[in-house]
Design a protein around this ligand. Structure first.
Ligand code: ATP
Length: 244
């Protein structure tokens, strides 16, 4: 492999994140290669969201290293990471309910000045999500939960990310919408965007991902090829509701 291709886009080395005295992330190793779709799965309270907060500087890292494009960015503030091509879609989505869909998308491009490029990218997002195009002048607050999730992903795409961090995109959605959101994630991955997907829906996450990590009580307990994990008896019993 060429030197550059061998460097993961994101690498966590013995990452630790604590809330006061509570260690929520206990020294995890994880990497995401360029172009990969990698999921981090685990039960409620396993430490998935806290891992993301450690990556994006939203919660101080108490040990270990975050590397982005080979460089140590441990503790770097989120806005600096956004400028370097890392975009995060937080749990609960956070779209601007009073703004139209188009305005929300334009907000996602706030780090950019190329008006023509921004226009073109809004059209690119609309091509990915025709549902949003039909509703482009509607305020985001009137969208369904799943449509808001698509908008949040679309808005993150507007910063032309190299790495997209998705925090539980299926949360609170009806099964049909969950399916749509996962189709969306696959489409974005197909465009060459590297993705780290945090999910409680282990089955769907493993079905769309290349590789997966399983987190339990702040530690990575299993990692590997997503299809192999999907057939692992331990995973099937613990996360897929299938007898081992
Ligand atoms: P979920 O799937 O339910 O979102 P998760 O895997 O994302 O779970 P985290 O939100 O990372 O889990 O939480 C990991 C642990 O850290 C939990 O025990 C939680 O109670 C604790 N925790 C999370 N946020 C805080 C906080 N702000 N202060 C103190 N403890 C916290």
């Amino acid at each position: 492999m060429a030197g550059d291709a061998a460097t993961p886009l994101l690498a966590l080395e013995r990452l630790e994140v604590a809330y006061g005295g509570i260690q929520a992330v206990r020294g995890i190793d994880l990497f995401v290669g360029k172009g990969e779709l990698v999921c981090l799965i685990g039960a409620n309270g396993a430490g998935k969201t806290t891992t993301l907060k450690g990556i994006t500087g939203l919660q101080p890292v108490s040990g270990g290293t975050v590397r982005y494009e080979g460089e140590d960015v441990t503790g770097a503030p989120a806005f600096q990471l956004v400028r370097r091509g890392l975009a995060m879609v937080p749990e609960g989505r956070g779209v601007f309910g009073g703004l139209t869909i188009e305005e929300n998308l334009a907000m996602g491009a706030y780090t950019r000045k190329d008006r023509d490029g921004i226009r073109a990218d809004i059209e690119r997002v609309f091509a990915l999500f025709p549902r949003l195009k039909e509703r482009r002048r509607q305020t985001a607050g009137t969208l369904s939960g799943g449509e808001q999730q698509m908008l949040a992903i679309g808005r993150a795409m507007m910063s032309r990310p190299r790495l997209l961090l998705l925090d539980e995109p299926s949360m609170g959605l009806a099964p049909l919408m969950v399916q749509k959101v996962f189709e969306t994630i696959l489409a974005v991955s197909g465009e060459g965007v590297t993705i780290l997907l945090i999910e409680q829906n282990a089955k769907l996450a493993l079905e769309v991902s290349h590789r997966g990590y399983v987190m339990e009580s702040g530690e990575v307990t299993l990692a590997g090829d997503a299809k192999e994990l999907l057939h692992d008896p331990k995973i099937r019993a613990a996360y897929l509701g299938v007898g081992a």
